[in-house]
Ligand binder design. Structure first.
Ligand SMILES: *[C@@H]1O[C@H](CO)[C@@H](O)[C@H](O)[C@H]1NC(C)=O
Ligand SMILES: *[C@@H]1O[C@H](CO)[C@@H](O)[C@H](O)[C@H]1NC(C)=O
Length: 201
């Protein structure tokens, strides 16, 4: 009973703060119990050569694509791409590895240049070392700016949701492309009343 009242008062207070500060988006979102996460990641898609990180799973099985010669509807690639903190190449300059992007993309139209992406990025450095973020969505590959969804996460990024501004940042060669993932997400703030912490009482 006391706990319910406390919860209710917190909700009322949060709504009041939200109303007072409408327009102050950062504070309003904190009042809703979420913390913002902004990450800028660079994904190195290497589709050929000895260090390739992308392999063709399904290729040339479906009907020919109308404007992409040699491609067919349904072509699917599996990736284990290096993720870095800049668009450069590790070992040249100050670009550092910070994770891997693992998953697939599939050519999902016979006439549009559209792939559908499904990847999990595991971070291996920094404050989110060991956490993952799950990204899915539609990528019209010749658009300058694409928007995909952050559909989840684990570890410090558990419960993440938001969006990714997805651009082609650099073409190092005809087999090495760098994509920039500008991740705008939020994660739930730790809840005092949740089951994980109740054992401490
Ligand atoms: C492949 O990776 C090795 C080790 O990192 C590197 O020395 C070599 O230059 C790379 N080869 C190509 C073609 O990028
Ligand atoms: C990331 O975490 C792993 C496992 O805890 C650890 O071995 C590694 O040194 C960490 N990496 C960095 C760059 O902090």
């Amino acid at each position: 009973m006391a706990r319910t009242n406390k919860k209710l008062m917190l909700v009322v207070a949060a709504v009041a703060v939200g109303l007072l500060l409408a327009g102050g988006a950062d504070v309003a979102s904190a009042a809703c119990g979420r913390r913002r996460v902004h990450l800028r990641l660079y994904m190195h898609d290497v589709i050929g050569g000895p260090n390739r990180t992308a392999i063709r799973l399904i290729w040339g099985v479906g009907p020919p694509h109308e404007s992409m010669p040699g491609r067919t509807f349904g072509d699917t690639v599996a990736i284990d791409d290096l993720v870095t903190d800049g668009p450069g190449i590790v070992g040249h300059g100050d670009t550092r590895p910070i994770g891997r992007a693992q998953g697939t993309y599939m050519l999902t139209s016979k006439h549009e240049e559209v792939i559908v992406v499904s990847i999990t990025v595991v971070l291996t450095a920094g404050p989110y070392n060991g956490s993952t973020i799950v990204v899915a969505g539609r990528d019209r590959i010749y658009d300058e700016l694409r928007e995909l969804a952050v559909v989840g996460g684990t570890g410090e990024l558990r419960g993440a949701s938001g969006y990714v501004l997805w651009t082609t940042a650099k073409l190092w060669s005809d087999v090495h492309m760098v994509l920039e993932l500008d991740v705008h997400a939020s994660v739930p703030l730790p809840d005092d009343d949740d089951e994980d912490s109740s054992s401490d009482e």
